[in-house]
Design a protein around this ligand. Structure first.
Ligand code: AHG
Ligand code: MN
Ligand code: MN
Ligand code: MN
Length: 335
């Protein structure tokens, strides 16, 4: 009987085809997969397992932590610290770099993650997820420090996100396109269900938190205004809007049927640099979008080219269907 292609089989075959990374890399992805399965299980049990609600703490971002933020962060650390594939980790929920405990060997990769994306959705049974990014550790083999993580997104070895929705889905890129896998509960494996995902170049759907409209810059006001004007406006066609409150959900929709996702520059978040985190959110998701043929920009710069200046740096994000992102960037350049 053919069980389908598991994510492990897929990675091994992809590595063979491209003669790239070693078994080490496959083992790292396997550990990430175990973490994702464990988080998915807790998410599914929700109130039955007592994992909903606040943790009574605040993270370095100044956000109130949910129990699931803390639990997911711990699961990611425990699953990835022992295997000898990771040299150090960094996360939205931790102030500083997490060093591998002395009893375990240090590996050749750096792992960065947003353990739980869409925290405000946890208690309302909305879509949530996990985002991760893999970078190379310094060759010296020494104990990594924060500056070792500050590599441009273009340097990512792999990136992905898990989506805990009606299905649990893992979206992955190692720089050779984007593939998505669905968790088959009956065998406990992620099976390839969405090979070679491509973002359509054109679209008539946008995702933005419209309650921030008065804070946006003129180019974004213009773009969204034209979408809302519909067929009577300069675009000559009607647009549709969606906002899930979790980047993973909105970006997955963009991967499936196109559109743009924006958390753009606005006067509300400008002092912090933006809303979304470069290292844990913007970079990995930008890699997925670009690998699927889309574009990802701050409005004026390609996200993957940004030289990070801090682990928790935030940036404006505009990503999705190529022609729409090109149009928004052009509006920014026109001033
Ligand atoms: P996180 O839950 O990891 O802090 O990230 C939430 C982010 C992102 O996923 C989402 O698109 C956005 O914040 C939602 O922002 P609003 O609360 O403005 O809708
Ligand atoms: Mn958060
Ligand atoms: Mn997030
Ligand atoms: Mn988060």
């Amino acid at each position: 009987m053919n069980v389908g292609t598991t994510v492990t089989q897929f990675i091994i075959e992809e590595q063979r085809r491209h003669r790239s990374a070693s078994g080490d890399f496959t083992a790292l992805i396997n550990d990430i997969v175990i973490a994702v399965k464990s988080i998915a299980h807790s998410v599914r049990r929700g109130g039955l397992a007592g994992v909903l609600g606040g943790a009574g703490s605040e993270n370095v971002q100044g956000e109130i932590q949910k129990k699931l933020d803390v639990l997911s962060n711990d699961v990611f650390l425990r699953c990835n610290e022992w295997g000898g594939h990771v040299a150090a980790m960094a996360s939205e929920e931790m102030d500083d770099v997490y060093n591998i405990p002395a009893e375990y060997p240090r590996g050749k990769y750096l792992l960065l993650f947003d353990p739980l994306d869409g925290s405000t959705n946890t208690d309302v049974n909305g879509i949530i997820g996990t985002i991760f990014s893999v970078l190379r550790a310094p060759e010296s083999g020494g104990r990594p420090v924060a500056t070792d993580f500050l590599q441009a997104g273009a340097e990512q070895v792999a990136a992905g996100m898990a989506i805990y929705g009606p299905q649990t889905i893992l979206v992955l890129t190692t720089g050779h396109g984007v593939n998505a896998f669905t968790l088959d509960d009956s065998i406990g494996e992620f099976l390839l269900t969405h090979p070679d995902m491509r973002v359509p170049e054109e679209s008539v759907e946008y995702a933005i938190n419209a309650s921030n409209e008065r804070f946006w810059a003129p180019p974004v006001q213009r773009y969204i205004g034209e979408c809302r004007a519909g067929r009577e406006g300069p675009r000559g066609k009607d647009f549709n809007m969606r906002w899930m409150g979790a980047m993973v959900g909105d970006v997955y929709r963009v991967l499936c049927r196109g559109g743009v996702f924006l958390y753009p520059w606005d006067t509300k978040t400008a002092a912090k640099g933006g809303k979304l985190r470069l290292m844990y959110e913007a970079n990995p998701v930008a890699m997925l979008i670009e690998q699927a043929g889309g574009l990802a920009s701050t409005g004026t710069q390609r996200i993957l080219d940004l030289q990070p200046d801090g682990l928790h740096q935030r940036v404006p994000v505009i990503m999705g269907s190529r022609h729409e992102v090109e149009r928004i960037v052009a509006y920014h350049l026109e001033g």
